[in-house]
Design a protein around this ligand. Structure first.
Ligand SMILES: *Cc1c(COP(=O)(O)O)cnc(C)c1O
Length: 355
């Protein structure tokens, strides 16, 4: 079967060479005569994998030796919605509401204390990033979502705040250069830009922990996981391994600077077509457009069937928009080749010629 152009929002595309290497490790890991799936997580071979994954994450983000710890835990970004609040929310926290995932984070945080929504773009179905809001000094932290996977908006800048800055970077971590030292806690489910579903990366500045009065169950306690180097319980061995391979791939490619260049080129290709082709319209406000997820739709719904057939014919997969937005969403994560985006753009301009 010919490889498809995979525009899925998540789980999603990963580098082909990572698939090759990880499938080999299922048969024989490191020439050990054992599969990665059957070895102990306490074995040296796997402890090395975990350590390399944690180190690569910090290295790629430029956070080595700056008081941060990297953890690979289970439960997805959705567990981080409550875990961040469990560990950090004593009285009141401030949240920026930019979509479905922010709203879910807010809902969980309310179980632990007061939540102040500093701004929301709900009034326009989250097609923009609110600006000009203020974050009060008397909150325990400020939480935002860097990239709104569903709506295709992305924060291009982050506010300077006097409180810990917490960010859900599930769908754009490692895709663009930022001053990551501005953040005190970053979390990201692996399955958008880093690896398979099943593990979640947490980068936390240690000095923000230990400030709440409540008892924290061990599995919910960042300090416990830091103390056990992400091995308090059995980690998601295979997802961590594949994530490590993907981070290695990114480092060998030239790191975040290099991938950012490529991501910007891909984004420019698709957005130029959306803007130039009268059959399509973009969903997100131009200045807030995501380089990872481009949301758009057909101006004339009658062309849907024709367009969908052309997409299928071109081997394009996973382009359907989320039900809360409709239309189409092209997710163009790190591993996506520019070629795949060109293929999509060609289909869009072919449609214009035909229509
Ligand atoms: C996918 C996604 C989530 C949810 O991740 P799970 O790992 O499925 O819990 C949260 N936030 C953002 C920004 C996402 O894209």
């Amino acid at each position: 079967m010919k490889k498809k152009h995979n525009f899925s929002a998540g789980p999603c595309i990963l580098p082909q060479e990572v698939f090759q290497e990880s499938s080999q490790a299922i048969l024989d890991f490191n020439n050990s005569g054992l599969s990665i799936l059957e070895i102990s997580h306490r074995s040296k071979d796997f402890v090395d994998v975990m350590e390399e994954a944690r180190n690569l994450a910090l290295e790629l983000l430029g956070l080595e030796g700056k008081g941060y710890k990297a953890l690979f835990l289970q439960g997805g970004a959705s567990t981080q919605f409550l875990m961040t609040a469990y560990n950090l929310l004593q009285n009141k926290a401030a949240y920026l509401n930019t979509g479905t995932w922010s709203s879910k984070a807010i809902k969980e945080a309310k179980l632990f204390g007061e939540v102040l929504e500093v701004a929301s773009s709900k009034d326009q179905n989250f097609n923009y990033i609110p600006k000009g809001y203020t974050v009060p000094k008397d909150v325990d932290y400020f939480h935002c979502t860097s990239n709104n996977t569903i709506f295709g908006t992305q924060m291009k800048s982050f506010p300077d705040v006097d409180v810990p800055l917490v960010c859900d970077m599930s769908s754009d971590i490692f895709s663009r250069q930022l001053d990551f030292s501005k953040f005190d806690l970053i979390y990201a489910g692996a399955q958008k830009n880093m690896g398979p579903a099943g593990t979640t990366l947490i980068i936390v500045k240690e000095d923000i922990l230990g400030k709440v009065n409540r008892e924290i169950p061990s599995m919910m306690d960042y300090t416990v996981h830091i103390g056990k180097s992400s091995m308090f319980n059995t980690p998601a061995v295979f997802p961590v391994y594949v994530s490590m391979l993907t981070l290695r791939w990114l480092k060998n490619l030239g790191g975040i600077d290099k991938i950012q260049e490529q991501n910007e080129k891909k984004a420019k290709l698709i957005y130029s077509e959306i803007d130039i082709n009268p059959l399509f319209k973009g969903f997100a406000e131009k200045e807030d457009r995501s380089t990872m997820n481009a949301t758009f739709s057909l101006v004339n719904g009658d062309l849907t069937e024709t367009f969908n057939a052309m997409l299928a014919e071109a081997g394009i997969n996973g382009l359907n928009g989320h039900r809360s937005v409709g239309g189409y969403r092209a997710s163009m994560y790190n591993a996506m080749a520019k070629d795949s985006v060109s293929t999509l753009v060609e289909v869009m301009s072919d449609l214009e010629r035909k229509a």
